[in-house]
Design a protein around this ligand. Structure first.
Ligand code: AMP
Ligand code: ZN
Length: 497
């Protein structure tokens, strides 16, 4: 059973799609007024993980991502450069697709553009007028939120302060300004416009997603995603427009990722702290490591971007790739062992259970690293055969359809192993400790730590050192930090012979 945290209900819920075996997914795409930054890609990578995982679990996923190529920001940008809207947005659209491919994000089935769906938007506005949800003022149309009692359910805003009839024209606004919002904006000097049945003008941002999602996925569909900044007003308004027009539930599951931050602040163009994918790759040209970094923090936690974190992701990925290479390229003796089948079954179960639990990527990655540790031990003990290697290789390939980061590499050890195998010699090995051999701390040992602390307080350093050495021999290493003493359990050194 797959569970997702649904913003609409504020709970983790069992995922049941409308049509068995098929998932209809809509994800808010880029507003192409500038180059997308790594914060935007945090959202797109989360959505890619969601989609790949659903496919891994056997669902057919129909994925639509819109391109907002007309809104307040794109118009402002085009005017500032004195070019027409299409010329202005095209370079950002091209750059977006290039970055998508660089980060190994699967393409959506369709990327509808707002400017190519004006008739569909007008049709919804007309429906809203007919049903009494929309009204006209100075040539623009607004949605009357007082007429839609469910307004505020997604974002949990307080509607008591609502001032009916107050209007907001801007596409983006804060929760403090809960107002009737623009569906259609009257023709204005310096703005592109369309001659339509509801008069000359251009769409508001929110109506774009309502129109494009229903056109490609139907009036009711399974999952809608975006970053948390989309919850209000964008997604709240999408629900109001779509449900008022169709009279049906718009979306069953709303999933939102938290922000990517840099130096403690949300990454956004208005804060001036953005960095793009090409800018990052100029410093460290490792797109797979960047993908892993963006992937490996749970989507409902904030993710701090730094080059140090990118270095760590690179190290982790090297470890995985070296292991994958050792399994794929090194020849092992014929046959198979029973334990590898068991290790694989366990890893697979944890991987699936982790991601089924609201995309808990940490659990899924732990499953992979535990597998690596255990198989490494089996290899070191020469307890690993050719058919085991094939199975582990297949498993890695299968989970990589979700992760999309692994490229097996032939490391130095793999080369040495291969050569020695050809000579029929046993590869030289460092025995890696198995977790099961790790000592756990006992009550007695805890007591010893306390007695050592007392000895230190009494400045009896000889006694303190003696206790420390005793514990070390038992596999408990002590470290004195400014916050107190910390202990670490290590494998007990084997006595020679
Ligand atoms: P925009 O192009 O601003 O409409 O944003 C496109 C997507 O990126 C939306 O789903 C946003 O919620 C998301 N997004 C924008 N900034 C961030 C950020 N700093 N962290 C995570 N997601 C973001
Ligand atoms: Zn949207």
């Amino acid at each position: 059973m797959i569970n997702f945290f649904n913003t609409l209900t504020g709970k983790k819920e069992a995922f049941v799609p409308i049509n068995a075996g098929e998932v209809k997914l809509y994800t808010c795409g880029p507003t192409v007024y500038d180059f997308a930054h790594v914060g935007n890609f945090r959202a797109y990578i989360f959505e890619d993980l969601l989609k790949r995982f659903l496919q891994f679990m056997g669902y057919k996923v129909v994925h639509i991502m819109n391109i907002t190529d007309i809104d307040d920001k794109t118009i402002r940008g085009a005017n500032a450069q004195g070019v027409d809207l299409n010329t202005y947005t095209q370079k950002y659209i091209d750059a977006f697709f290039k970055d998508i491919d660089t980060l190994n994000i699967l393409r959506a089935d369709t990327y509808p553009r707002a400017t190519e769906h004006i008739p569909e938007m007008v049709a919804i506005v007309k429906q809203l007028i007919q049903k009494g949800y929309a009204y006209k003022k100075d040539g623009s149309y607004y949605f009357s939120i007082a007429k839609f009692p469910a307004y505020g359910r997604l974002s949990k805003i307080n509607l008591e302060e609502l001032q009916p009839g107050q209007r907001v024209d801007a596409d983006e606004y804060e929760k403090e300004t809960v107002h009737d919002f623009a569906l259609w904006k009257a023709k204005k000097e310096g703005e592109p416009f369309w001659e339509t049945e509801i008069g000359p003008g251009r769409p508001g941002w929110h109506i774009e997603c309502s129109a494009m999602s229903s056109k490609y996925l139907g009036e009711t569909f399974d999952i809608h995603c975006g970053g948390v900044d989309n919850i209000f007003p964008h997604h709240e308004n999408e629900i109001a427009q779509s449900e008022a027009a169709s009279g049906k539930k718009f979306v069953d599951y709303w999933l939102h990722c938290h922000h990517l931050i840099r130096d403690g602040e949300k990454m956004s163009k208005s804060r001036g702290n953005t960095i793009t994918i090409p800018e990052i790759l100029k410093v460290k040209n490792n797109p797979a490591a960047l993908r892993l970094l963006l992937l490996s923090t749970h989507y409902r936690k904030t993710l701090n971007f730094s080059f140090q974190a990118l270095d760590q992701a690179e190290t982790a990925l090297e470890r995985i790739n070296e292991f994958a290479g050792k399994v794929k390229y090194v020849p092992y003796p014929e046959g198979e062992t029973s334990q590898v089948a068991r290790i694989l079954a366990e890893a697979d179960q944890w991987f699936r259970a982790g991601l089924s639990d609201d995309l808990n990527i940490s659990k899924a990655m732990t499953a992979l690293f535990n597998l690596i540790k255990k198989v490494d031990v089996a290899i070191a003990r020469a307890d690993f055969k050719s058919q085991d290697a094939q199975k582990v290789d297949l498993f890695i390939r299968s989970i990589n359809t979700v992760l999309g980061v692994i490229t097996p590499i032939k490391s130095e050890t793999a080369v040495v192993d291969t050569l020695r195998h050809k000579l029929n010699l046993i590869p030289p090995r460092v025995i890696v400790a198995d977790e099961t051999e790790m000592p756990k701390i006992t009550a007695q040992q805890k007591d010893k730590i306390e007695r050592r602390q007392e000895a230190r307080a009494e400045k009896d350093f000889a006694k303190a050192d003696q206790i420390r050495d005793e514990l070390a021999a038992e596999g408990i290493l002590l470290e004195d930090t400014k916050d107190g003493v910390r202990w670490k359990a290590v494998p007990i050194p084997k006595k020679p012979g």
